[in-house]
Design a protein around this ligand. Structure first.
Ligand SMILES: Nc1nc2c(c(=O)[nH]1)N[C@H]1C(S)=C(S)[C@@H](COP(=O)(O)OP(=O)(O)OC[C@H]3O[C@@H](n4cnc5c(=O)[nH]c(N)nc54)[C@H](O)[C@@H]3O)O[C@H]1N2
Ligand SMILES: Nc1nc2c(c(=O)[nH]1)N[C@H]1C(S)=C(S)[C@@H](COP(=O)(O)OP(=O)(O)OC[C@H]3O[C@@H](n4cnc5c(=O)[nH]c(N)nc54)[C@H](O)[C@@H]3O)O[C@H]1N2
Ligand SMILES: [Mo]
Length: 898
C-alpha cells in the first residue's frame, strides 16, 4: 500500500494513503474529539465535532472522513476550531434535556465530558425540547429519543456489526429520530434481537440497559469470558457493592469486539438468582437438610471409599461439566482416574459434538474447528448445514451476516427456514436425517463436472476411490427422493461451493445428533477434501461447539478414553507417563460413555455417580430411562449452582460457585483458551468446583495442593504436548488457540496448513445414507426435531435469568399451517405432543418455517420436559442421542392443561 507524508500540528508523519486525518492524528497521540465516530464503524462525519483545518482548503473539514494526502498540513486545535466545536456542542445541548444528575449515563456521557473539555458552561441557544415517548417496552433496553444527539452510531452498529438493520432514521428536521421500522417499540419489531450492541455505541443516555438504570456507577469492571455458548465472547462484568449489576462491551475482546448477544449482555443476572444453592445439603429420610462442608465431604469420602472397596473402582462414575472451567475439568478427570481408579468420566460433549471429535479425528486427525471465527466475515462462500448460529452462536451469526454484507455467497441446508436460510443464496430444505445423501449428491455433481481438486486429493488424501464409488449411485433424482431437495438447488449449491476459490463449511447439531452423526461429520470432511477446501484461510470444516467450555472439557480429558490433550488411556506409554506424574495406579480400561452409565446403573454394575454441572435427567434423550438409571444408584452426588431434576435424586448436594465467582479458563469453539476472571465472592457458602474436588481428594487420602487454578493449568500443560505452551500469563490478553506446543509458540489460527493433516494423509470415507432410528408412521405421523431458541439456554441457567424469562416465558412448538388447519389448531393453542415414550404440552406456534409433517420444539423449559418424548437411540460410534428425529403425534388440548 502506498504511503504518504503529511504534517499534523507540526508533527511530520507517514501513513498509508487513504487513512483519515482522525486516525493519522490518533496514531501519534493527538486526540481529536468526536461524537459520531467509532473505530469499528464506517466514518460518517455527521456530528462535526472533529472538524480540523487543512491548509489550502476553505472552511473546516471533518477529520473522520477526510483522508490524508501527500504534503498535507493539518491543524487540529486552533482557536477557530475550538470555537466551531464549541458551537456544535452548544447546539446539541440546546435541545438536550438538562437532567444530567438523574441520567443513567451521568459521569459516563461523552457529550457531558466534551462540553466540560470545551469549557461550555451555559447554553446560549434557547432550544426547543423534544417530547418523544420513552420506549421501555422490553426487559432489556430503554430508548429515550429525547436524549439522542443523532450521531447515528447505533444505526451503524445495527447495520454493520449485528447486521440486523433494526434501527434507522425516521422523520425529518427537528423531529428526526432513530427508531425501529414504522416507529414501533423495540419489542414489536421482529428484527431486534436485543443484543444491546447499540447501547454500547450510544455516547449519551439515549440507549441504556434497563437493569442498570438507577443503580449508579460500577465500582469495577472485570473482563471475562461469557458462560453461555462456545463462541467465547469476552466482555466486562460490572460490579457494585460486591454484586454484578450488568455487562458492558470490552473493545479489546478478540472474538467479538463490542458485539454481544442478548444472553451475554442481559442474561448473567442468573448469578444472583435467589434460587442459587448456597450451602451443602445431605438427604436424610428423603429430605434435604443443610450441612457443613466437612460433613458433606466426609460423607462422600466414606461412601465413595466403601463403594469402591465393595464393588471395585468401575462401580463409580462422574459427569464433568462443559459449563465449568478447564482447570475444574482437568481435576475432575484426575480425581476419577487417580483417586477412584476408573476411566468412567464423561460430559455433555457425548450428547452434543462427540461425533465431531470422533469424525474429524478419523478424517483429519484432529477433532476441532479447523479455522477461526474472525475469518468468517471475509469468507467468500459459506456452507451452513445443520446449525442455527443466529440463535445458538449469535456472534458467529452476526459475522456471517457481515460476510453477506461483504458480498459472500451463503448456502444453507436446514429443514427450517432459519434466519440465515431466509437470507441465503441457496437454501436446501432437506428432510431431517438425510444429510449423507445430500452431501454424497453434491460430491457426485462436483465429480461429474470436474470441479474437484485432483491435485489436493493426490497429494494429501487417501481412499478417494472408495468414496467416489459409493457416491456414484447418489444421482440428483435419487437424492431428491431421499432428501426432498429439488435437483436444481442441489446443483446450484454444489457449483457455488466447489467453484469458488475458497469455501468454508459450518455445522452444528443438525449434523451430529443423529444415529449416523459421526458418518455425517466424515461426509462433510469428504466434501472439503474433495474440493481442497481445508488447510487454508477462509475455508475448512467448522463445528460450532455448543457449551462455553465443551471444547475445553474434551481437551482436558473429561472423556472415558483419553487424558488431557487426547492422550489415549490404553496407550502403554501414556499410561505409564500419567501413573508416574500422578503417583497413582491408573486403569487402562476405557470407561463408560454417559448413556452407558445409565444402562450400567440399571444393570446393577454402576453404584455411585458424581455429577458436576449437568442435568442429565432433563438433557439426555428418553428422560424416563435416564431417571430410572439415576434411581438405581446407591449413592449420588450432585454439584451445581442450582437445584436440578437430577439433583433432586441426590444423596448429597454440593453448592458450586458460578463463572463470575472464580478464576480459570474456557476454550471456545475456535480452540482459543481464554481467561475467566473472578468478579465477585462466591455466593453464600458456595465454593469453586476445583476447590471442592481438591478438598474431597485430600479427604480421600490423595494429596492435591493447588492454591490457584493457574497451578492446575501448569500441571496440565506439562503433561499434554499440544497444550505445552499454555499458561495464565501467556493467555492473559488475547488467549491462545491450540495447538500451542511450546512456550514461544504463537498459537494456531487454522489447522492442517497446506493440506498437511494432523494424521498425515486425510482419509476419505465411503458412507451410505442411513435412515433415522424412528420415522413417522400411521400412529405417530409427525417428525419431531428439537433445538434452541435465542433467549434461552439449555435447561437450567437461563431459566434463572429474570430478564430472559420475562421475555420468552414458555415453550412454543412450531407446526406447519397445513397440519394445524387439519388438526383444528390455531396459533397459541395448547397442544399435546406424544411419542412412544411420553407426552408433553406446549403452546402451538403455527408457521411455515417448518416443513409440513414436521414439529420443532426446544428443550429449554422445565414445564415442558421435551426429553420425555425424544428417542434414546444414539450414534453408532459415540452414542450421541438422535435428538433431531423421532416420531410423534399431535393433538389440540381440549381438557385440562397438565
Ligand atoms: N440460545 C442458545 N444458544 C445455545 C444453546 C442454547 O441452549 N441456547 N446451547 C448451546 C449448545 S450446548 C449447542 S450444542 C449449540 C447448538 O447449536 P445448533 O446446533 O446450531 O442449535 P440447534 O437448534 O440444536 O440445531 C441447529 C439446526 O439444526 C437443524 N436440523 C435439525 N435436524 C437437521 C438435520 O437432520 N439436518 C440438518 N442439516 N439440519 C437439521 C435445526 O432445524 C436447527 O435449525 O448451541 C449452543 N448455543
Ligand atoms: N431434546 C434435546 N435435548 C438436548 C439437546 C437437543 O438439541 N435437543 N442438546 C443436547 C446438548 S447439545 C447439550 S450440550 C446438553 C446440555 O445439557 P446440560 O449440560 O445438562 O445443560 P445445562 O442446562 O447447560 O446444564 C449445565 C448445568 O451446569 C450448571 N452450572 C452452570 N455453571 C456451573 C458452574 O460453574 N459449576 C457447576 N458445578 N455447575 C454449573 C447449571 O446450573 C446446569 O444445571 O443437552 C442436550 N439435550
Ligand atoms: Mo451442546
Amino acid at each position: 500500500m502506498e504511503k504518504v507524508n503529511s504534517i499534523i500540528d507540526n508533527l511530520p508523519m507517514q501513513t498509508y494513503k487513504g487513512t483519515s486525518v482522525l486516525d493519522a492524528a490518533r496514531s501519534v497521540g493527538i486526540n481529536i474529539p468526536t461524537l459520531c465516530h467509532l473505530a469499528d464503524l464506517t466514518p460518517e462525519g455527521s456530528c462535526r465535532v472533529c472538524v480540523v483545518e487543512v491548509e489550502g482548503v476553505r472552511g473546516l473539514v471533518t477529520a473522520c472522513t477526510y483522508p490524508v494526502s501527500e504534503g498535507m498540513i493539518v491543524h487540529t486545535n486552533s482557536a477557530a476550531i475550538r470555537e466551531a466545536r464549541k458551537s456544535v456542542v452548544e447546539l446539541m445541548l440546546a435541545n438536550h434535556p438538562q437532567e444530567c444528575l438523574s441520567c443513567q449515563r451521568n459521569l459516563d456521557c461523552e457529550l457531558q465530558a466534551l462540553a466540560s473539555t470545551l469549557g461550555v458552561r451555559e447554553i446560549k441557544y434557547g432550544g426547543e425540547r423534544r417530547q418523544f415517548a420513552i420506549d421501555d417496552s422490553n426487559p432489556f433496553i430503554i430508548r429515550d429519543n429525547n436524549k439522542c444527539i443523532l450521531c447515528g452510531r447505533c444505526v451503524r452498529v445495527c447495520k454493520e456489526v449485528q447486521c440486523c438493520n433494526t434501527l434507522d432514521w425516521t422523520e425529518r428536521g427537528f423531529n428526526t429520530k432513530v427508531t425501529p421500522a414504522f416507529d414501533e417499540d423495540m419489542v414489536n419489531t421482529s428484527s431486534c434481537v436485543f443484543c444491546g450492541t447499540c447501547v454500547s455505541a450510544c455516547p449519551v443516555g439515549a440507549l441504556t440497559e434497563k437493569a442498570m438504570n438507577g443503580v449508579g456507577r460500577p465500582d469495577k469492571k472485570v473482563k471475562t469470558t461469557c458462560p453461555f455458548c462456545g463462541a467465547g465472547c469476552n466482555y466486562d462484568l460490572n460490579v457494585k457493592d460486591g454484586k454484578l449489576i450488568g455487562v458492558t462491551s470490552n473493545l479489546t475482546s478478540v472474538v467479538n469486539g463490542r458485539l454481544t448477544c442478548v444472553k451475554g449482555r442481559f442474561g448473567t443476572d442468573y448469578v444472583h438468582s435467589p434460587e442459587r444453592l448456597t450451602t451443602p445439603l445431605i438427604k436424610k429420610n428423603g429430605e434435604f437438610v443443610e450441612a457443613s462442608w466437612d460433613e458433606a465431604l466426609d460423607l462422600i469420602s466414606t461412601r465413595f471409599t466403601e463403594i469402591k472397596n465393595k464393588y471395585g473402582s468401575d462401580a463409580l462414575a462422574a459427569v464433568s461439566s462443559a459449563r465449568c472451567v478447564n482447570e475444574e475439568n482437568y481435576i475432575m478427570q484426575k480425581f476419577m482416574r487417580a483417586v477412584i481408579g476408573t476411566n468412567n468420566v464423561d460430559h455433555c460433549a457425548r450428547i452434543c459434538h462427540a461425533p465431531t471429535v470422533a469424525g474429524l479425528a478419523a478424517s483429519f486427525g484432529s477433532g476441532a474447528m479447523t479455522n477461526s471465527i474472525n475469518e468468517i466475515s471475509q469468507c467468500k462462500v459459506i456452507f451452513l448445514i445443520g446449525g442455527n448460529p443466529t440463535e445458538a452462536h449469535p456472534a458467529i451469526g452476526a459475522k456471517m451476516r457481515q460476510a453477506l454484507r461483504n458480498g459472500a455467497k451463503l448456502i444453507v441446508a436446514d429443514p427450517r427456514r432459519i434466519e440465515l436460510a431466509a437470507k441465503s443464496h441457496v437454501w436446501m430444505q432437506l428432510t431431517p436425517g438425510t444429510d449423507i445423501a445430500l452431501i454424497n449428491g453434491m460430491m457426485r455433481i462436483i465429480l461429474k463436472n470436474g470441479w474437484h481438486d485432483q491435485e489436493f486429493i493426490n497429494q494429501n488424501t487417501t481412499d478417494f476411490a472408495k468414496m467416489a464409488e459409493v457416491v456414484e449411485k447418489y444421482t440428483p433424482e435419487y437424492v431428491e427422493e431421499i432428501t426432498g431437495v429439488p435437483k436444481h438447488l442441489l446443483f446450484e449449491a454444489s457449483k457455488m461451493y466447489a467453484t469458488s476459490e475458497r469455501a468454508a463449511i459450518f455445522y452444528t447439531l443438525g449434523i451430529t445428533e443423529h444415529i449416523c452423526g459421526t458418518d455425517n461429520v466424515m461426509s462433510l470432511a469428504n466434501l472439503a477434501m474433495l474440493t481442497g477446501n481445508v488447510g487454508k484461510l477462509y475455508s475448512g470444516v467448522n463445528p460450532m461447539r455448543g457449551q462455553n467450555n465443551v471444547q475445553g472439557s474434551c481437551d482436558m480429558g473429561a472423556l472415558p478414553n483419553v487424558y488431557s490433550g487426547y492422550q489415549k488411556v490404553n496407550d502403554p506409554q501414556i499410561h505409564a507417563k500419567f501413573e508416574k506424574a500422578w503417583g497413582a495406579k491408573l486403569s487402562d480400561k476405557i470407561g463408560y460413555m454417559l448413556p452407558d452409565m445409565i444402562d450400567a446403573s440399571i444393570a446393577g454394575k454402576l453404584k455411585a455417580m458424581y455429577v458436576m454441572g449437568e442435568d442429565p435427567i432433563r438433557s439426555d434423550g428418553d428422560a424416563h430411562h435416564v431417571r430410572k438409571g439415576f434411581e438405581h444408584l446407591e449413592f449420588l452426588v450432585v454439584q451445581n449452582i442450582f437445584m436440578t431434576e437430577t439433583g433432586k435424586l441426590a444423596d448429597v448436594i454440593l453448592p458450586a460457585a458460578s463463572f463470575a465467582e472464580k478464576d480459570g479458563t474456557f476454550t471456545n469453539c475456535e480452540r482459543r483458551v481464554q481467561r475467566v476472571r473472578q468478579a465477585i465472592d462466591p455466593i453464600g457458602n458456595s465454593r469453586p468446583d476445583w476447590q471442592i474436588i481438591r478438598d474431597l481428594s485430600n479427604k480421600m487420602g490423595y494429596q492435591m495442593s493447588y492454591n490457584d487454578p493457574s497451578e492446575i493449568m501448569d500441571e496440565m500443560a506439562s503433561l499434554s504436548p499440544m497444550f505445552a505452551g499454555l499458561s495464565f500469563k501467556r493467555i492473559d490478553k488475547n488467549g491462545l488457540q491450540w495447538p500451542v506446543p511450546d512456550k514461544e509458540h504463537p498459537g494456531t489460527q487454522y489447522l492442517h496448513v497446506d493440506g498437511k493433516f494432523t494424521c498425515g494423509l486425510g482419509v476419505f470415507k465411503a458412507i451410505e445414507h442411513q435412515p433415522p432410528a424412528e420415522l413417522p408412521d400411521a400412529e405417530y405421523p409427525f417428525l419431531l426435531t428439537t433445538g434452541r431458541i435465542l433467549y434461552h439456554y439449555c435447561i437450567t441457567t437461563a431459566g434463572y435469568s429474570k430478564q430472559l424469562t420475562d421475555y420468552r416465558p414458555e415453550e412454543r412448538a412450531m407446526i406447519h399451517p397445513d397440519d394445524a388447519k387439519r388438526l383444528n389448531i390455531v396459533n397459541q393453542d395448547f397442544i399435546t405432543v406424544t411419542s412412544r415414550r411420553g407426552a408433553v404440552q406446549a403452546k402451538a406456534w403455527v408457521t411455515d418455517d417448518v416443513l409440513p409433517g414436521g414439529i420443532w420444539m426446544s428443550f429449554h423449559y422445565p414445564e415442558c420436559p421435551t426429553n420425555e418424548i425424544t428417542s434414546g437411540c444414539g450414534d453408532k460410534v459415540t452414542k450421541t442421542y438422535e435428538y433431531k428425529v423421532c416420531a410423534v403425534k399431535v393433538a389440540k388440548v381440549t381438557g385440562e392443561y397438565f
